[in-house]
Design a protein around this ligand. Structure first.
Ligand code: NDP
Length: 464
């Protein structure tokens, strides 16, 4: 693997400017690697390579693209242990979670796209029109640091399956795991130019991708503020954009729900990956009939989470990704005026740790309940009836995910009223082939499964 290079046109090549960026281990504050700081010139080379690859890749039958993705899956699976360790080092995800989620999930998603493409759906006719789905063109993929391989694979596998070459810019905070993917792509023999890697900063490489005249679609995951900037840049040339942005999801615990399970699973969801999860259920809405009990249980559950070394099997919470992220999260905690019921646990002095924190009696309109904090901070809010629960849940500029606990029919009725892209009833498992994406300022478009692939396709009507 060449962490000192970019991957363009099927080859490891140096960056035009020769500058580098350090990669830090957030648990130890040590610099663990350097990667190239790509430039706009590098982006241009990568887009040119992707454009050159487009016609052949687009014309390759989908089933053959699926077979190629199968080979990529095989090569990446062989690196599963490395993936978990790498994400443990560059992001600080505890090893157990890193194995299951940071390595396991992208491998599942990649396998899913290999299978989807290997068995293409029959073409549809509407009257005398044949409806075809064709690749949208060259895709620029800009990804964040919180699930650094999953977010890359969700874009890359779907785009490649659809027939689109990709120029990828991973987060500058977690670029190392993307090298494992490119290494696997190289080994699997993906045609030159089909997948290109340009690491670097958002303002330089990300902005150059978003504004490049020959990028037909930009697929972005990250903050709403940056998503807005990417959207503006792409709007000038009417390029297609898909955005997976922030969230402030509500977990509604209705009267009559199984309280202990609902609270424990709810806390676990909110604190997954140290709370750095866009779908995190950061607002726990509890029916007044057992509100006090729920607050006590949530506080005790949070206090029981062990924070520390990601490579210690007993660790439940690792550090936050950076000093900046830790300080941002601490700022929210310090400004909060709600009743803090957990958050005093000791955390390691070195590394960017924040104690698992729970606030009760949170005002639904306050900063705590409205802003995406992206740390291990949970807000608990009481409600009187289902209508009030739905009102509070929908009182957000975001709409990405959510949970409802209670009688299944009643929970389904509440789920239908939530203005959000996904809802889990009574802790139902995440489905990696179901459409994933947001309402309101949580984004535009869907990822995963066939809906995710459709984002990278144009629809054509041929009359005959
Ligand atoms: P960003 O949205 O800034 O980062 C996401 C990606 O966008 C990164 O690859 C970043 O590059 C890139 N980027 C940054 N600026 C630009 C730009 N002008 N044009 C194009 N691409 C750009 O998130 P942050 O890392 O700053 O995190 C801040 C907050 O955003 C978090 O605290 C959290 O609330 C939220 N967030 C939400 C995520 C989600 O999945 N919903 C994921 C990440 C963050 P680089 O970082 O390499 O410079």
């Amino acid at each position: 693997m060449n962490r000192d290079s970019l991957y363009i046109g099927g080859r490891w090549v140096p960056s035009a400017a020769g500058r580098t960026l350090p990669v830090e281990n957030p648990a130890t504050e040590e610099i663990i690697a350097h990667v190239p700081a790509g430039t706009a010139e590098d982006v241009d080379r990568a887009v040119t390579a992707a454009r050159a690859a487009f016609d052949d890749w687009a014309r390759t039958p989908m089933a053959e693209r699926g077979a190629m993705l199968g080979k990529l899956h095989e090569a990446l699976s062989a690196r599963a242990g490395d993936i978990a360790r790498t994400v443990g080092l560059e992001l600080g995800t505890p090893l157990k979670v890193a194995k299951a989620v940071q390595a396991g999930l992208p491998l599942t998603v990649l396998r899913g796209y290999a299978d989807l493409a290997a068995n293409p759906a029959a073409e549809e006719s509407i009257g005398h029109s044949l409806i075809t789905h064709e690749p949208v063109g060259v895709v620029g993929a800009i990804t964040p640091w919180n699930y650094p391989l999953h977010q890359v694979v969700a874009k890359v596998a779907a785009a490649l399956a659809a027939g689109c070459p990709v120029v990828l810019k991973p987060s500058e905070l977690t670029p190392l795991v993307a090298y494992l993917l490119l290494d696997a792509a190289d080994e699997a023999g993906l045609p030159p130019g089909v997948l290109n890697l340009v690491p670097g900063t958002g303002p330089e490489v990300g902005a150059a991708i978003a504004a490049h005249p020959d990028v037909d679609m930009v697929s972005f995951t990250g903050s709403t503020a940056t998503g807005r900037a990417v959207s503006h840049a792409a709007a000038d040339r009417i390029a297609k954009v898909s955005l997976e942005l922030g969230g402030k999801s509500a977990n509604i615990i209705l009267a009559g729900a199984e309280l202990t399970k609902a609270v424990k699973v709810g806390v676990g969801n909110a604190f997954l990956n140290s709370g750095q999860t866009c779908t995190a259920w950061t607002r726990m809405l509890v029916h007044r009939s057992y509100y006090a009990e729920a607050v006590e249980l949530a506080a005790a559950t949070a206090e029981g989470y062990r924070t520390g070394d990601p490579f210690d099997e007993a660790t439940r919470l690792g550090p936050l990704v950076s000093a900046g992220q830790r300080d941002r999260v601490r700022g929210f905690v310090e400004r909060a005026t709600a009743r803090r019921v957990a958050g005093a646990a000791a955390v390691p002095e070195k590394g960017y740790f924040v104690a698992p924190t729970v606030f009760a009696d949170v005002d639904p309109g306050s900063e705590l309940a409205q802003e995406e904090i992206f740390g291990p901070v949970l807000s608990i809010i009481p409600f009187a009836d289902d209508d009030e629960a739905v009102r509070i849940a929908n009182n957000s500029r975001y709409g990405l995910a959510g949970g409802v606990w209670g009688d299944p029919d009643r929970a389904l009725a509440v789920a239908r009223r939530m203005r959000t892209g996904a809802v889990d009833i009574n802790g139902a498992a995440f489905n990696p082939v179901a459409p994933f994406g947001g309402y309101k300022q949580s984004g535009i478009g869907r990822e995963l499964g066939s809906y995710g692939m459709a984002e990278f396709q144009q629809t054509k009507a041929i009359q005959r």
